[in-house]
Write a protein that binds this ligand. Structure first.
Ligand SMILES: *Cc1c(COP(=O)(O)O)cnc(C)c1O
Length: 436
C-alpha cells in the first residue's frame, strides 16, 4: 500500500496547462494587455470553461462581441458551409455574401451604402477619411469627439479617443481632432471652428463607463450639423447591433421623443457584435447629405483593405442577422435588459454602500460602484473597486468587464436566456453582499 503521507502530490496536469499557457504568453506575446489569470478552453452558449474545468457564466460576451454566445451551432454551420465554397476573394471581384450583407445592414438604417473592414478602429478610420474627403474642397478637416469616448487603438483611433491614458507615450497625435464634453450641446456649439468637418460620438459611451447620449443631445447635434453643414457620425461599434434592444442605440434612445423618428446620422461605424466573434467591421454612409451623395464619396481607388467583407465573414454576419430576426432577440434584449437593470437597482437599494446605481440600456449595462474611500471593504486594497468586484465574480464563476475604477459592465450575448440572467444576478448579489 502506498504511503498516504507521501510528499506533496504532483500538480494535476490541468494546473500544468494553466501555467504552461501563461508561460507562452509571458515569453512570446507582446504584453500590451492586462490579462486576468484565467485560461479559457471552450464554451457553449453563455458558458465558458477554463482549462481546469471550472465553468463561468459569461456576462461580458467577449466585450460585446459574442452576439449569439459561444460555439453557436448555427454560426459553426455557416462557417463550414461558406468555407466549403469560398473563404476569401479579393475586392477586385464581386461575390454574393458581401452584397447581401450590405443590403441587410442598410435596410436596418436608411438609404446609403456600406464599406467593409475588419475591426472597430478600422471602421472609424474610414469615417475619418470620409470626413476629410467631405471637407477637403472647403478646407475643413477637423473632427470633434467627446471626452471619455473610445474609438480604437490605431494612431487615428487614439487621436480621436477623448482619454489621455490611450495617448500617453504615443505623441504626437494625428492633427485634426478636438474633444468636447459629452451630452453638452452648448459645448459642441462653442467648439466649432471654420475647420470643423464632422462630429463623432458613441450612441452609448462604452469604455468611458456606459453613458447613453441624451435624446436632446442627439437631436441637438443633428440640428447643429444641419445648420453648419457638418457630418454627424455615430460610433456604434459597442452600442450597435441590437445591444440596446434596437438595431442602433439612437433608435432606442429616441423612442417616443418628438422628432426622434426622423433622426438619421450621416455615418455609422460597426464591428464587435456584427460577426459574433468572427472579425468583421463596417461603416455605413448616408446617401443624401448637405447636397452631396456621401455614400459615393469614396470613389474607386480611394479606400480599401485586403480582408474587407470576405465571403466567410459576411456569411457569418448574415446568419447572425437572420437568427436575431427569427428569434426576436431585439425584444428579448429589451425585456431581459430591463429586468437586469431593475435587478441592479434592487442591489443599489439593498446595498447602497456598495452599489450606487445601474447604468445603460438593453444588454449594455453597468453596475456603478461606490467610491473606494466610502466602502471599508474596498479601501483595504489599492485595487480599484471595479477590479475587486470583477475578481471576486471570477471566483464565483461569472465573467464581467471592468470599465474605469467604478463600473462593472455586463455585455452578454443577445440570446442570454432569462434563467441565466437570473443565475447571474444571484451570483452577483452574493458577491456584492460580501463587500457590504
Ligand atoms: C471596441 C471599440 C472600438 C475599437 O474596436 P476594435 O475592433 O477593437 O478596433 C471602437 N469604438 C468603440 C465604441 C468600441 O467599443
Amino acid at each position: 500500500m502506498k504511503d498516504l503521507v507521501s510528499p506533496t502530490p504532483p500538480p494535476p496536469i490541468i494546473q500544468n496547462r494553466h501555467s504552461e499557457i501563461r508561460e507562452l504568453f509571458q515569453r512570446y506575446v507582446v504584453p500590451s494587455y492586462g490579462r486576468f489569470d484565467l485560461v479559457l478552453s471552450h464554451g457553449a452558449g453563455s458558458y465558458v470553461w477554463d482549462v481546469s474545468g471550472k465553468r463561468y457564466l459569461d456576462l461580458g460576451g467577449g466585450i460585446a462581441v459574442c452576439s449569439l454566445g459561444h460555439s453557436n451551432p448555427e454560426i459553426t454551420e455557416a462557417i463550414v458551409e461558406q468555407s466549403r465554397r469560398l473563404v476569401h476573394v479579393s475586392n477586385l471581384y464581386y461575390q454574393e455574401p458581401q452584397g447581401r450583407l450590405a443590403m441587410a445592414l442598410t435596410q436596418c438604417i436608411a438609404p446609403g451604402k456600406i464599406f467593409f473592414c475588419n475591426s472597430g478602429a478600422e471602421a472609424n478610420e474610414g469615417l475619418y477619411k470620409v470626413a476629410r474627403k467631405f471637407g477637403h474642397d472647403s478646407g475643413r478637416f477637423e473632427i470633434l469627439t467627446a471626452f471619455n469616448s473610445f474609438h480604437g487603438r490605431t494612431l487615428g483611433g487614439i487621436s480621436a479617443t477623448g482619454q489621455e491614458k490611450v495617448k500617453k507615450g504615443f505623441e504626437p497625435m494625428i492633427p485634426g481632432f478636438r474633444h468636447i464634453p459629452f451630452n453638452d450641446l452648448q459645448a459642441a456649439h462653442d467648439a466649432l471652428s471654420p475647420s470643423t468637418a464632422a462630429i463623432l460620438i458613441e450612441g452609448i459611451q462604452g469604455e468611458g463607463g456606459i453613458t447613453p447620449a441624451t435624446p436632446e443631445y442627439l437631436l441637438g447635434l443633428r440640428r447643429l450639423c444641419n445648420e453648419k453643414g457638418l457630418l454627424l457620425f455615430i460610433d456604434a461599434v459597442q452600442c450597435g447591433h441590437f445591444r440596446s434592444g434596437r438595431f442602433q442605440s439612437y433608435q432606442r434612445i429616441l423612442e417616443g421623443v418628438s422628432g426622434g423618428e426622423s433622426f438619421v446620422p450621416d455615418g455609422i461605424s460597426m464591428a464587435k457584435s456584427l460577426g459574433g466573434g468572427f472579425p468583421i467591421g463596417a461603416f455605413w454612409l448616408r446617401e443624401a447629405v448637405h447636397g452631396v451623395n456621401l455614400a459615393d464619396s469614396l470613389s474607386a481607388g480611394t479606400h480599401g483593405t485586403t480582408f474587407g467583407g470576405t465571403p466567410l465573414g459576411c456569411a457569418v454576419a448574415l446568419k447572425i442577422l437572420e437568427v436575431i430576426d427569427r428569434d426576436s432577440l431585439a425584444d428579448h434584449v429589451r425585456v431581459t435588459g430591463d429586468w437586469l437593470q431593475s435587478a441592479i437597482q434592487d442591489l443599489a437599494n439593498r446595498f447602497p454602500n456598495v452599489v450606487r446605481a445601474p447604468r445603460g440600456l438593453g444588454f449594455m449595462l453597468g453596475i456603478e460602484l461606490q467610491e473606494a474611500d466610502q466602502v471599508p471593504s474596498f479601501s483595504t486594497s489599492q485595487t480599484p473597486p471595479s477590479l475587486q468586484v470583477v475578481h471576486r465574480l471570477h471566483e464565483a464563476g461569472v465573467l464581467t468587464i471592468p470599465s474605469g475604477n467604478q463600473i462593472v459592465r455586463l455585455l452578454p450575448a443577445l440570446n442570454l436566456p432569462r434563467a441565466q440572467a437570473e443565475e447571474g444576478i444571484t451570483l452577483i448579489t452574493k458577491v456584492i453582499q460580501s463587500f457590504a
